[in-house]
Design a protein around this ligand. Structure first.
Ligand SMILES: NS(=O)(=O)c1ccc(NCc2ccco2)c([N+](=O)[O-])c1
Ligand SMILES: [Zn+2]
Length: 265
């Protein structure tokens, strides 16, 4: 029996971020994400180490549209593609990457830097293998690490984004999935590894407060056409009326008593 009261969360007025707390009370917690990052409140921490990603391109499996975002999933059955260093106590396994974007180029990112909203935000999600599996890690404060990279619209887009966006045509509607082999997401990284870090949550339900956020200061450049390509995704299934998948970002949440540390002066 399907729960008649169950109404899937989303980003519309009746199921969006202001409603999530009804089914996920932690959405009103003290360690929620995203947040505003303001230079005057950031603390330079010279003890912060550089972070390193060692990804195996062979771990890339599929790209899918889950009706909420465009996601690429990786084989995380062993320490095959890992993130380490930075604020992390050990290696964390790459599980998936996905995007958040707006309905136009002037907004779409989740984190906001000194009042600046970027056109989008790329999240690479990793989990701590000291826990038996991903869902166990989700319940731990040191369970998950997300590397976040801002997407900025500019004239000279990063050629490495092309392959992902070419695949969009194959996953136009919710539930569509396509093979996505031989892909090392570190080719998407900007030159600088400077980052901010703070402790927060998933930016979507279940909003668990299990994430060490590592947010890169330098955005990657995408073209306006590439952003339009992301916006050509639909959040409905194939045989349903067309609803554009846009504005899948959560507004910034109160920082409360959290410190945002910077790896750079
Ligand atoms: N925007 S985010 O990086 O914070 C984020 C949010 C939710 C989920 N997944 C939803 C979820 C959480 C626990 C079980 O299923 C993911 N993810 O899985 O990469 C990432
Ligand atoms: Zn995300």
């Amino acid at each position: 029996m399907i729960n008649p009261n169950y109404y899937p969360w989303g980003y519309d007025s009746d199921n969006g971020p202001d409603q999530w707390h009804k089914n996920y009370p932690i959405a009103k917690g003290r360690h929620q994400s995203p947040i505003e990052i303001n230079n005057k409140e950031v603390h330079y921490d010279r003890s912060l180490l550089p972070w390193f990603a060692s990804y195996d391109p062979g771990a890339a499996k599929t790209i899918l549209n889950n009706g909420k975002t465009c996601r690429i999933v990786f084989d995380d059955s062993f320490d095959r593609s890992v993130l380490r260093g930075g604020p992390l106590p050990g290696v964390y396994r790459l599980r998936q990457l996905h995007f958040h974007w707006g309905s136009s180029d002037d907004h779409g990112s989740e984190h906001v830097v000194n009042g600046v909203r970027y056109a989008g935000e790329l999240h690479l999600l990793h989990w701590n293998p000291k826990y038996s599996n991903y869902l166990d890690a989700v319940r731990r404060t040191d369970g998950i690490a997300v590397l976040a990279i801002f997407l900025q619209v500019g004239k000279t887009p990063k050629p490495e984004m092309k392959r992902i966006l070419e695949e969009i045509n194959a996953i136009k509607t919710k539930g569509k999935e396509a093979p996505f082999p031989n892909f090392d997401p570190s080719i998407l990284f900007p030159k600088s590894h400077d980052y901010w870090t703070y402790h927060g949550s998933f930016t979507t339900p279940p909003c668990e407060e299990c994430i060490t956020w590592i947010i890169l200061r330098e955005p990657i450049i995408v073209s306006s056409d590439q952003m339009a390509k992301l916006r050509s995704l639909s959040k409905n299934a194939e045989n349903e009326p067309d609803l554009p998948l846009v504005d899948n970002w959560r507004p910034t949440q109160p920082r409360y008593f959290r410190m945002v540390s910077a790896s750079f002066l």
